[in-house]
Design a binder for this molecule. Sequence first.
Ligand code: SF4
Length: 333
Amino acid sequence: MAVFPTSRPASLVSSCTRNMHKYPHRVVSNRPLRQLWNSKIFQLQRELSSRKRLKDCFMNIDCSDYQKLYVEGGGFRQKDEAMEKAVKCQKKKLSYLPLSVTVAFSNKCMNKCYHCLNSSGTREKGLIKRHKQELIEEFIPQAHYIEFTGGEPLLNSRQEIGKIIKANPDKKYRISTNGILLDELGYDEIFDKTIFVVSLYGFDNSSYRRITGRDNFSRVYKSLINLIKRGYGSKIFIKYVVYKEAVSGLGRFCGFVKEHPSLKGVTIISDASSGFSVYPAMQEMEKIYKEDIFNWVYCGSSLRHRVANRFFDPLYCLRWQWAVWSCRRQNNN
Ligand code: SF4
């Protein structure tokens, strides 16, 4: 399950921990998370995810491969096998809460990336009180894997994250960060229990600025180097998203990773909206950098696929629409 703040007094809630259901399929609600977990729309989301129909996914990516890659690559987007089994047996309602929870307490961020899925920025939108309380008191204590994301989770959710980790020390945590504040972290319980997944947008000042609108590349780079030198490379998993602007830095990035094999892992993932245009550069690099630390993910979609996505399966669309209506009706009650 993933829970994100919105500009309305409601949260964006998804059965997918990566929040990858497409826009028309997303649920924005202020109903209790417990009710949503077994609501019609979540039942349908789960059914679609378990069928692995790529067209249902924003990223056009096979979840099981991606999860495998994250688990083996040091992250832990764990596959919920019990859930898949329940769905296969036509069990629509689940008696347990999600094992994997992704939470964004705030969407505030110092970058202004054009691609940002969560519309993050300098204006803060926080999670509504009811959902925050439910997550801290019920969902997180029962989950096995917890991911903090944002916005930038190290910006102003640090205290909350610290408290959660202290109260539930036996879980697996990861923090998805842009890496800008890593240099401020001391060695505390957050640092001790967490894997940091650092998203890198380009590998030089100019491409970083073109993607994020800010000049933060040097700071991120210095933080990474400092942490690696201090012996914490195994806490860092880097995600390099190959936007068109970031293609030029790909070679330098791969060289950097090769020089620092103590890193936990690296995913080099093509930007879905760039289609196939970044594939040749990635394929060329993949031939050179064959070490296990490199994980290459190709998730562009063709124009045909993108158009087909809009007009596919009217029955499926109707079912979604019905689920959305019923969710809205319940919200209004
Ligand atoms: S760094 Fe991440 S959260 Fe911040 S604006 Fe960019 S994509 Fe959004």
